[in-house]
Design a protein around this ligand. Structure first.
Ligand code: ZN
Length: 148
C-alpha cells in the first residue's frame, strides 16, 4: 500500500495508489494506467473504473511551508537566482574571448558569448531554430536569430 501524499516518484504502471474517488465517495485503490508526464499519471479506480490524473506533490511546496523568520523587517525579493550572479557564473564558465556581435541574421548556439549593442555581453542559455535565450547582466532576454 502506498500513501499517495508521500510519493516522490510515480508508481509504476499497473501498481496501485490509494486516492479519493469522487464517484465512489471514498478512498479507493487506483491502478496506474500510464505515465502522462514525469510527474503525473493516468489512474483508474479499481471499483468503479473512473479515471483521473494523479499528480505528484511538488517537493518545492513542502519546502515553502518552512516558516520564514517572523518579526524581522527585512523584505527580501527572492524571485529565483539573481541575474547578475547568473551572468557572472556564465562569464566564468564560458568566458568572453570569443564574443560574437549580435545580429538577428547570425545563428547562435548554446553557450555562445554575445556582444549586444544595447544589452552588452550575454550568454546563450537556450537556443531554438529562430530564438535564443540570452542571459545578460540585468536578466535573460529572448532574442531572434538565424533570420535570413
Ligand atoms: Zn471509484
Amino acid at each position: 500500500m502506498s500513501d499517495a501524499q508521500n510519493l516522490t516518484e510515480l508508481p509504476a504502471v499497473a501498481r496501485n495508489v490509494n486516492l479519493p474517488c469522487k464517484k465512489c465517495g471514498v478512498d479507493r485503490f487506483f491502478v496506474v494506467v500510464a505515465h502522462t508526464t514525469p510527474t503525473s499519471a493516468k489512474v483508474k479506480c479499481e471499483v468503479c473504473g473512473a479515471s483521473k490524473t494523479f499528480k505528484l506533490a511538488k517537493p518545492e511546496s513542502a519546502a515553502k511551508k518552512k516558516k520564514v523568520g517572523t518579526g524581522t523587517k527585512k523584505v527580501s525579493k527572492t524571485r529565483g537566482p539573481d541575474p547578475a550572479q547568473v551572468w557572472e557564473e556564465l562569464k566564468t564558465q564560458i568566458g568572453t574571448d570569443a564574443l560574437l556581435p549580435y545580429s538577428m541574421k547570425t545563428q547562435f548556439k548554446l553557450a555562445n558569448a554575445i556582444n549586444h549593442p544595447k544589452f552588452g555581453i550575454g550568454f546563450v542559455t537556450n537556443a531554438s531554430h529562430d530564438r535564443v535565450d540570452v542571459a545578460f547582466a540585468e536578466g535573460t532576454r529572448a532574442l531572434v536569430h538565424n533570420r535570413p
